[in-house]
Design a protein around this ligand. Sequence first.
Ligand code: PLP
Length: 405
Amino acid sequence: MGQRSQRGFIAEELDRLESLHQRRSLKRLEARGASDLFFQGKRLINFSSNDYLGLSEDERVKRAAKAAIDQYHASAASSRLICGNLDLHEQLEKELAAFKEKESALVFSSGYMTNIGLISALAGKEDEIYSDELNHASIIDGCRLSQARIRIFQHRDLDHLESLLRSSSATGRRLIVSDSVFSMDGDLAELPGLVDLAEKYDALLGLDEAHATGVLGSRGRGGCEHFADLGLMEQRQGSIDVAMGTLSKALGSFGGFVACSRSMRDFLINKCRSFIFSTALPPSAVGAARASLDIVQQDRGLREKLWRNTSVLRKKLQERGFDVGPSETPILPIRFGSELKALTISAGLLEMGFYVPAIRPPSVPSGTSRLRLTVTAAHSEAQIEALVQALDCLRAREEQSADGG
Ligand SMILES: *Cc1c(COP(=O)(O)O)cnc(C)c1O
């Protein structure tokens, strides 16, 4: 039993993933902009970015990042509780709190770190967490880390959630968690119903607004604003105990945040291990996020362009018979089922000048491999039309080869 046999599992596991068409590898990009990127010397139109408003390349955002470096340097040099807490962090938190209509906010090193720290701070062994079956991996990991009893409810199924809540045997707290926009399907949580159930069963409600921040609602404030705009929800953010989000999607920067009550913020500063034991966000990320947050609120035009592009892409896909499922957002997935088929279409698109990676298990349930298209404000209608034509052409080619033609 030498070291050799101990290490054999690495090659074995990689071979196993390969045989399932589930092995992943990194693609090395030479440059990336809001709607395009360079890969193997070739310019490709990018339909996979989360930079929904194109803010990562906005000159105002980049200038703010540089100014923050000039004033505060390249690193925060320690965790927030040691010597990493700059006035800059607290300014961003104040602005995030106002944006989310909450008393306060707390920023973290990433959205992933936010969720694992937040959920494991809010729930423990005696508690129960109710989690939508399609919640993001960072929520799943936060639930596991908490050691609470995890009760998974069927996707967006309020009746199922209620039946689980009714049969609760928790001696401690109950926490309901959901994405507000589901990251692989682009559909929305039934927020008004979640709020009602949280109230009825005295549960805490946590919402992951990663893909909603800057995107949903007339002022980009997220899921609550979206439903309030539709007149389907009276209270806005007040009914959500903790709304988390990321600075790294529509805000074009990096980091995560929680918007919550002042006492919840104090609690998290004391109890949240991913906050306590990790270096504070670098000044550049904070500076960039502040500038983006300002643009998101001042400039409705960008969001209007994003939604115009979304409806153009959805309509063109539907006209050609592509099923994008229940998506209501700029995330428009086309399911191909098998990993191989999704990979083949993705490779075909690459050849034709479009970058759309295939999304496979474990990012999505087995048998639901897909191309996950995301459209941004930076795309032109001509780029969208060209993408849909390419997809059409590749599908025809696939069908021909399936017929043995
Ligand atoms: C991307 C994402 C996260 C993680 O955010 P990062 O800032 O990228 O770590 C969390 N939740 C959801 C739903 C996401 O889509």
